[in-house]
Design a protein around this ligand. Structure first.
Ligand code: HEM
Length: 481
């Protein structure tokens, strides 16, 4: 590498480049899995796109992801910058978009102290209460199940992050937060704004339409992170703040200069934690409607292990191997974050003989890892049994190794999210039969975007027994959230 001439340095393969434009326009749109799959089949494990100032490397194997994101983490832990949403709307201060710098290290320290496996024990009852409330809403209006799951995922994050009661969260925060998230997910699609491609456009005057849009976005984001945070501080001053992440951090780090980081570290959690948990739970519901025989096996396990006289709790998790296999298979069948969260290379690097220049955006193709052909079962089929056959070369890579990201930027909400997903899924399995709708077909189709979840679908949700209905109603009526 050191003695070769620049012309000898090879980039990883990719579509044939055109003059000036390179091959960047041949890069599949965000979340277009079939197109990324075609590129992988044609060009191999590493695929390189470049042009218009962008350099993008897609990595399609667990080995390459581990080699780069874990073994060479100091060079692969930065994030690409978004001129409009990151800089002008100021979302660049949130944990997922922060550069790999000291500010980010403070965020991670705060997140670890509040979201570590021991710290989250105090939130078990909140997650269990919210799973019961979700079931109660399924009993009352089963046709609105998508809205209920979305609301439940939002409530978990808002209750745990800020100690907001369900009514207060629903009335004052969820709608605003959902609107803000919709705005952010549109704004983070690469090329959503010309100023992301040509950053000098950010200096255009404030009356230019995209600048007005950016100002409006900035106000929405500022409200999302500031309003609930100020509410917690007010409650702490009055001595009535319930336990929450924000409360925990404000008490532990009682210093004015870290206030800003606590506000943004906690404010980042709604966006990072709500939609991913929602996507996983909804994918599970679709899989159950399509595979009643798997659902029955999971329900039999729950009835056998915990009986039918009570609802599951988070402490039951280790006792339910088949339910855990259903959860792993849900995460594998349709990964919630199929192309991971992009990284940016800090310094020129060489991997497998290919040059990866500084500034290259690297996308881990988690979908390809999830659907790699291994063992006796078809990757496209929903088969929880593939997780019960023991370890070996044949076993697929466990979603715990890739679904929550990698290395230094591994999702700090992983332990909390695993509990949320477990308690939602096991409670729904315990209380309901989810089946195909009486009319119409159910085709497994998913959204294409940073987060992937089922496209609108119908299913039938029927309580399994009067006793289960009574258990749900009792717990929902005695909720402390
Ligand atoms: C099923 C649920 C979830 C999934 C699948 C998921 C997945 C991910 C992934 C793939 C990343 C990118 C990591 C990387 O770049 O390697 C990430 C980052 C992150 N997640 Fe999660 N997540 C989930 C739930 C949560 C929850 C509940 C929270 C918080 C309460 C959370 C907070 C975060 C934060 C703050 C980051 C940014 C980390 C950083 O950039 O340093 N996530 N998550």
């Amino acid at each position: 590498w050191l003695v070769s001439r620049p012309s000898d340095r090879r980039y990883a393969p990719g579509p044939a480049p055109k003059p000036v434009l390179g091959n960047i326009l041949a890069m599949p749109a965000q979340g277009d899995i079939p197109a990324f799959e075609r590129c992988r089949e044609r060009y191999g494990d590493l695929v390189y796109f470049h042009g218009l100032g962008y350099k993008v490397l897609v990595i399609n194997t667990m080995k390459a992801i581990t080699d780069l994101f874990e073994k060479r983490h100091s060079n692969y832990s930065d994030r690409p910058a978004f001129t409009v949403v990151g800089e002008l709307m100021r979302l660049g201060q949130s944990t997922p978009l922060l550069s790999y710098n000291d500010e980010w290290r403070i965020h991670r320290k705060l997140a670890h102290s509040a979201l570590g496996p021991n710290a989250i024990r105090q939130y078990y009852h909140i997650q269990e209460d919210l799973a019961a409330l979700l079931s109660q809403q399924f009993l009352e209006a089963p046709e609105k199940f998508v809205d209920h799951v979305r609301l439940a995922a939002a409530r978990v994050v808002l209750s745990i992050t800020y100690g907001l009661s369900v009514d207060k969260a629903d009335d004052e925060y969820v709608t605003q937060a959902e609107d803000t998230m919709r705005m952010i997910s549109k704004a983070t699609v690469p090329g959503a704004f010309l100023a992301d491609v040509f950053p000098f456009l950010k200096y255009l005057p404030s009356w230019v339409p995209f600048q007005r849009h950016a100002r409006h976005g900035r106000e929405m984001i500022e409200t999302l992170v500031t309003k609930p945070f100020e509410y917690v501080k007010e409650q702490m001053r009055a001595g009535v703040a319930p336990p929450s992440l924000a409360h925990h951090l404000l008490s532990e780090y009682d210093k004015g200069d870290i206030d800003h980081q606590i506000k943004w570290a906690t404010g980042s959690l709604y966006g990072a934690g709500g939609e991913t948990s929602y996507a996983t739970t909804l994918t599970f519901m679709m899989a159950m409607a399509l595979h009643p025989e798997k659902q029955r096996l999971a329900q039999e396990e729950i009835d056998r292990v915990i009986g039918s006289e009570r609802l599951p709790t988070i402490n039951d998790r280790s006792q339910l191997p088949y339910v855990n296999a259903v959860i792993k298979e849900t995460m594998r069948w349709n990964p919630a974050v199929p192309m991971g969260l992009a990284r940016m290379v800090s310094e020129d690097d060489v991997y497998e003989g290919y040059l990866i220049p500084k500034g290259t955006i690297v996308l881990p193709n988690c979908w390809a890892v999830a659907h790699e052909r291994r063992g006796p079962y078809e990757p496209s089929e929903f088969v929880p049994e593939r997780w019960l056959t023991g370890e070996g070369d044949d076993a697929p890579v466990d979603p715990a190794m890739w679904a929550f990201g990698f290395g230094r930027r591994l999702c700090p909400g992983k332990p909390l999210a695993e509990n949320s997903v477990f308690i939602f899924i096991s409670t729904l399995l315990s209380v309901f039969d989810i089946s195909l709708p009486d009319e119409g077909k159910l085709e497994p189709k998913f959204t294409q975007g940073l987060i992937s979840y089922p496209l609108p679908f119908n299913c039938k949700i029927t309580p399994r027994s009067a006793s289960k209905v009574a258990q749900v109603s009792y717990r929902a009526a005695h909720c402390t959230v």
